[in-house]
Design a protein around this ligand. Structure first.
Ligand code: 13P
Length: 249
């Protein structure tokens, strides 16, 4: 049985003092959950967040990293740096990075490999645009993104990653994919992994849904057969609301 993994993606929100206050409010609300709880916070909040989650069941992730370990890349942060302060997860290839920062499938693949080699768990985002969806290309787009992101990984490595299926038209728009639609897309991704890496590996991979997840729709989404939790944007900025998503049952 795969466990449910609920991750918040704060995007470019929350100052360090707000991050600390948020975690202090969230920790007692989620302390008894069996689900995995992750907060992916801005770089500036990482260290404060890591100190504040000590002794709780909340894990901390970053939202991006560079694929090189060090060097002349002004403004960038490497996987080695993230690992050195105790970060466990890192979002790779979020659609906002693909769209605004020209991240290609090739860059995503390099970052995934660098994350794994530094002992970080990547949360790899895939998802189609509205236009691609309307042209009936959803399956083709998301399975290709998955294949390219995972290229060159071993079975064991694939078993330990997390994929987040985030249809771009559902991000921050209040529009959610129906639970059936989201489940079907996630099944397509799992089938693709099965074809390349085999059924056992495909059944082990955690695949989340992301896109306007909130406490009022989390239960319906997360109870679907192939949806293993969520990557939550806007609704992860309020501790009480996020705790309800974590404890969706
Ligand atoms: P929203 O939950 O705000 O739609 O954002 C989803 C997302 O992009 C999470 O990574």
């Amino acid at each position: 049985m795969r466990k449910k993994v609920i991750a918040g993606n704060w995007k470019m929100n929350m100052l360090p003092n707000e991050a600390i206050a948020f975690i202090e409010e969230l920790a007692p609300l989620v302390k008894d959950t069996e689900n995995e709880v992750i907060l992916c916070v801005p770089y500036i909040d990482l260290f404060y967040s890591l100190l504040t989650v000590q002794g709780t069941n909340i894990k901390i992730g970053a939202q991006n990293m560079h694929f090189e370990e060090s060097g002349a890349y002004t403004g960038e942060v490497s996987g080695k740096m993230l690992k050195s302060i105790g970060v466990e997860y890192v979002i790779i290839g979020h659609s906002e990075r693909r769209q605004y920062f020209a991240e290609t499938d090739e860059i995503v693949n390099k970052k995934v490999k660098a994350a794994i080699s530094n002992g970080l768990k990547p949360i790899i985002c895939v998802g189609e645009t509205l236009e691609q969806r309307e042209e009936g290309k959803t399956s083709e787009v998301i399975t290709k993104q998955t294949e390219l992101a995972l290229e060159g990984l071993t079975n064991k490595e694939v078993e330990n990653i997390i994929i987040a299926y985030e249809p771009i038209w559902a991000i921050g728009t209040g529009k959610t994919a129906t639970s059936e639609d989201a489940n079907n897309s996630i099944k397509e991704i799992r089938n693709k992994i099965s074809k390349i890496y085999g059924q056992n590996t495909a059944q082990s991979v955690i695949i989340q849904y992301g896109g306007s997840v909130k406490s009022s729709n989390a239960k319906e989404l997360f109870e679907m057969s192939d949806i293993d939790g969520g990557l939550v944007g806007g609704a992860s900025l309020k501790a009480e609301e996020f705790s309800k998503i974590v404890k969706y049952k």
